[in-house]
Design a protein around this ligand. Structure first.
Ligand code: ZN
Length: 306
């Protein structure tokens, strides 16, 4: 078709201008995306790591209307590996006073670029009352329908969170597959910890508490220092989150990881209202431990939370 050829030529030129010098055969093969059921331009733009406006420009689209089976040219510099695109779900968020794109993006564990692409924003300006589309992230996708925070919100409602005190969050595994707040609290008291459970939060694996269930420990309720690392100074400023399981042997469940990211996002975005330092237990100076285990996706979490 004549128009297709024109589009192809145009995008090939754009690709060259953008510094991508792919041989034409390869470019032709990787440079289009076929619209699938449930797709929107916003979703596709996120999957392609581009913006709606760039996508429209590359395809000479005058409206946001697309059809299943339609082939779209991927703009220059766009990501051509978009297997995950069709799984992206959108939520709605209403802008409140004090919000910035950065804050909203952080709270939902997505990038500002993703947020702008999903809403076709060319500038950083947002208005109170404005509706924004929030694309899901890789972890909330694992259990998109479930809110793991209900118990945490309810349990924190009556607490005055000491925002100045908490400077970091340390993640642990429990190194055994059994346990919940009640059991570990009793065990830690037996070991001479008068404040009980050394961690502030436990995330269950479906054995002695729910899979992905977030339990609050007494130290969070009383805003007391943790007992989860060796260094006393770090214990004074570090919130301890422990996922139940031995992640040297097994992997954390999808629900545990979804719950963990929801908790991290809620702690920083809501409870503390600030970004804090994030570490795996073994990364702290002076520790000789494998915690939180080789199967905990620490690198991935650093990419998200550093
Ligand atoms: Zn640990």
């Amino acid at each position: 078709m004549h128009s297709t050829r024109r589009k192809f030529t145009r995008s090939a030129l754009l690709a060259t201008a953008g510094g991508m010098l792919l041989p034409p055969s390869l470019w032709a093969k990787t440079a289009t995306y076929e619209v699938r059921k449930g797709d929107t331009l916003g979703k596709i733009a996120i999957g392609l790591n581009t913006s709606i406006s760039e996508l429209k420009r590359a395809n000479n689209l005058s409206s946001d209307l697309i059809q299943v089976g339609q082939k779209l040219t991927i703009p220059a510099g766009g990501n051509t590996n978009i297997a995950a695109t069709s799984h992206i779900t959108m939520r709605t968020y209403i802008v409140v006073k004090g919000d910035t794109l950065g804050k909203i993006a952080q709270r939902h564990a997505i990038s500002i670029r993703e947020l702008k692409a999903a809403n076709n924003l060319s500038r950083d300006l947002i208005l109170v009352g404005q509706n924004l589309r929030i694309p899901g992230n890789a972890f909330t996708q694992a259990a998109p329908a479930y809110d793991f925070l209900a118990q945490v919100r309810a349990g924190t409602a009556g607490i005055k969170v000491q925002r100045d005190k908490w400077q970091r969050i340390v993640v642990h595994h429990s190194a055994i597959k059994y346990g919940n707040v009640k059991k570990y609290d009793a065990a830690h008291r037996r070991r001479g910890m008068q404040n009980g459970l050394a961690y502030h939060f436990l995330i269950g694996n479906g054995i002695d508490s729910g899979d992905g269930e977030i339990e609050i420990g007494p130290r969070w309720q009383k805003q007391q220092l943790g007992g989860h690392v060796k260094n006393h100074l770090i214990n004074q400023t570090a919130i301890g989150i422990c996922l139940i399981g031995n992640f040297e042997k097994t992997h954390p469940s999808k629900k545990q990881l979804a719950a963990f990211t929801q908790l991290m996002d809620w702690l920083q975005g809501v409870a503390l209202g600030k970004k804090v330092h994030f570490a795996g237990h073994r990364e702290l100076k002076g520790e000789q431990t494998v915690c939180p285990g080789k199967h905990f996706p620490l690198t991935l979490m650093h990419a998200r939370y550093d």
